[in-house]
Write a protein that binds this ligand. Structure first.
Ligand code: COA
Length: 137
């Protein structure tokens, strides 16, 4: 069974392997733990048979007006079961009361965000510094 819970300090990097699928220079599980610690809000999907995290989502926010959702990932073996949609709805609940909640995604994922929680396609700009892809730790 998949259990959903907010990130808390009891989490260990041993339960955070298998993420950043396809990234050429992925953050390590230890760096992912730091990312979760440093996020304003973070929600986890945990496989209760193994204790492993199989999905997560983060939000960074000023807690007054705006939030940004930089990371949402469900491990391949667990995709297509509603876990990503549930994580998204849970992080939006954490962002309740904020005027702006934004995320960047590829065009083929816009329908996922709109059907999961009503987020609308928009336009934006971005900067990616490849030399820091595994984290500036
Ligand atoms: C995107 C992602 C989080 C979705 O997680 P998931 O648990 O598989 O999603 P759900 O099971 O809740 O799927 C909900 C719906 O979105 C659709 N969907 C999922 N991934 C999709 C994709 N890559 N493109 C288009 N639609 C997608 C599903 O078909 C499903 O539609 P349905 O309800 O009509 O069947 C997951 O595919 C993933 O981790 N991908 C790699 C990382 C990534 O792209 N993250 C998003 C960052 S922008």
């Amino acid at each position: 069974m998949i259990l959903y819970r907010p990130y808390d300090d009891s989490l260990s990097s041993e339960n955070l392997s298998g993420f950043f699928v396809g990234w050429p220079d992925p953050p390590s599980p230890e760096t992912l733990l730091q990312i979760l610690q440093g996020s304003t809000f973070a929600e986890l999907a945990v496989d209760d048979t193994t204790g492993s995290v199989v999905g997560f989502v983060t939000a960074v926010s000023d807690r007054i007006l705006s939030a940004y959702i930089p990371l949402l990932e469900v491990q391949p073996d667990f995709q297509g079961q509603g876990i990503g949609s549930t994580l998204l709805r849970r992080i939006l609940k954490r962002c309740e009361g904020l005027y702006m909640v934004d995320a960047m995604c590829d065009p083929d994922l816009q329908s996922f965000y709109s059907s999961a929680c009503g987020m609308q396609p928009s336009t934006g700009v971005m900067l990616r510094r490849r030399e820091y892809q595994s984290g500036n730790t």
